[in-house]
Design a protein around this ligand. Structure first.
Ligand code: 6PG
Length: 226
């Protein structure tokens, strides 16, 4: 895979299938080459269908390491947690060792969590794959437009996210780009304008995170306006 390919899928379920298939191809390649597979997961709603399809994967879960591209600073059992969504849709149904699900420790507060997680991620990168969503404003992870991009940051504390909750911890550009491949998932009509702006060259966080990277942007027809 060289450069960023755009794959237009018929609908959200076809997108989920295509993204899950790509994750499993990358996992098989990583396990064969390095005996470990490190994936950083996207939050939000879109990837849940992809994660659910991974439940049935024929893979050696004992060699998977799960990271998160961002986390909302809410209570540990709050369903708004991205870790909660990934566990419900996927991780509670497979046997990835608990110690290999590396949640962002937001219970320490955003600044300490960002510092600690950033150190951990700096130590283990490159990821084999980073999965990203895109917001209607072109944000990705919890990197929002109009904020300093801090290209050297491994992880950042966010206290003014326009998408609630305001307080989050996000991988910074340095971590999001420290990957062999990036997968972006965008589904539904509310992503059309962000995708069009991105393709037109707008300096959006999604553009900064993926510029020059190898990977695939999975879009469904509802999200993609030529
Ligand atoms: C978050 C996500 C965020 C998400 C986009 C798209 O914590 O909110 O990391 O970056 O990927 O906002 O969200 P949807 O998939 O719900 O549209």
């Amino acid at each position: 895979m060289t450069g960023l390919a755009w794959q237009v899928c018929a609908d959200a379920s076809a997108l989920a299938r295509a993204a899950a298939d790509r994750v499993l191809v990358l996992a098989t390649q990583a396990l064969a080459a390095r005996e470990v597979f490190r994936i950083a997961l996207a939050g939000g709603r879109t990837p849940a269908a992809t994660y659910a399809l991974l439940r049935d994967a024929d893979t050696d879960w004992s060699r998977w390491h799960i990271y998160f591209t961002d986390e909302r600073c809410v209570g540990p059992r709050d369903p708004a947690r991205n870790a909660h969504m990934t566990r419900e849709s996927w991780l509670d149904h497979v046997t990835v060792p608990a110690a290999q699900v590396h949640a962002i420790p937001v219970e320490y507060g955003p600044r300490v969590a960002a510092s600690r997680y950033g150190e951990d991620v700096a130590r283990i990168t490159p990821f084999d794959v980073v999965m990203l969503g895109i917001g209607e404003d072109g944000h990705t992870a919890s990197l929002f437009p109009g904020r300093p991009s801090m290209p050297e940051a491994w992880a950042v504390a966010v206290d003014d996210a326009p998408k609630p909750p305001a307080n989050r911890v996000s991988l910074g550009l340095r971590a999001l780009r420290a990957t062999r491949e990036v997968l972006v998932l965008a589904s539904g009509p509310d992503k059309q304008s962000a995708l069009s702006a991105w393709r037109a060259g707008a300096p959006l966080p999604i553009a900064e995170a993926t510029a020059g990277m190898n990977g695939t942007v999975f879009v469904d027809r509802a999200a993609f306006r030529i």
